[in-house]
Design a protein around this ligand. Structure first.
Ligand code: ATP
Ligand code: TYD
Length: 234
């Protein structure tokens, strides 16, 4: 397989086409952004660590029957993926209160929820990923009824698997974002599953091990990403 043109440069990754029309290469950068790109920085070695973490998690999910775009880890910073037509609906799963949910509802972070929450956002940088629901997604043609139902079912399945996976490694999976895309008539899990898009807390100390360390200037960002990587590889 030969890497061809750059198709898209995002804030954290670059997508390349290849000589195989079915496949893309995803390159993981060290760039970090927060608050709709208003805060910018770099996290040393983040790209390398996120490629390792995401690859391991997609491999583990595949073993449990969850289909994703992941094909193989190509190099330190590159992953071969199935080329997706990304569905512009971000799927957020919450196991504990945090972030925008806490802000919206005026509640402290880290409270247990009676049930797992699923939320949807419209994937639009200029609009700042506004909150939507299933009816908006269908009415606007972002996704069909069947796709919304499928993404919901897969997101809850992924949550059961990931919660246990992290729990066994001494980490609480607080919340995270998933993306899906279409590939040859099939909907597959896409993008990445890393501390960039997940809130991960140490089970014993409740110390934050994710991008909130960068967002909130808590320090020890690289160390936190490394700790997650080391634990994911166990
Ligand atoms: P966005 O806000 O669009 O997610 P970003 O700058 O935060 O942008 P990056 O993670 O830097 O996003 O870039 C990755 C981009 O590639 C995202 O837009 C993501 O939806 C898209 N993407 C992820 N997996 C695939 C895939 N398999 N095929 C095509 N595009 C993909
Ligand atoms: P959320 O609490 O809604 O937003 P914020 O991170 O601004 O407080 O985020 C819930 C989880 O989803 C959190 O782990 C970060 C992740 N997420 C992303 O990675 N990208 C996004 O665009 C959004 C909306 C959430």
């Amino acid at each position: 397989m030969e890497i061809k043109d750059q198709l898209y440069e995002g804030k954290a990754k670059v997508i390349f086409s290849t000589d195989d029309p079915e496949l893309s290469v995803m390159y993981f950068k060290d760039d970090a952004t927060a608050f709709d790109g208003k805060k910018k920085g770099t996290i040393q070695n983040k790209g390398v660590m996120n490629n390792i973490v995401s690859s391991r998690i997609f491999e583990m999910l595949a073993e449990k029957g969850v289909k994703s775009h992941y094909v193989e880890k190509l190099s330190e910073r590159e992953m071969v993926v199935k080329k997706l037509e990304i569905i512009p609906v971000e799927v957020i799963i919450r196991n504990l209160t945090a972030g925008s949910l806490s802000k919206r509802l005026g509640i402290e972070e880290g409270l247990e929820l009676k049930e797992t929450i699923i939320e949807f956002c419209y994937k639009s940088d200029p609009l700042g990923d506004p909150f939507i629901n299933e009816y908006v997604a269908r009415a606007m043609g972002y996704a069909t009824k069947e796709e919304m139902e499928f993404m919901t079912e897969v997101a809850f399945k992924v949550n059961d698997i990931l919660k246990e996976f992290f729990d066994e490694r001494g980490i609480i999976l607080v919340d995270y974002k998933l993306e899906f895309g279409r590939h040859n008539g099939e909907v597959l899990l896409g993008d990445e599953i890393t501390p960039d898009g997940c809130r991960l807390w140490d089970k014993k100390t409740r110390e934050k091990l994710d991008k909130d360390r960068f967002r909130r200037d808590l320090g020890g960002v690289e160390e936190a990403y490394k700790e997650v990587m080391d634990k994911v590889l166990k």
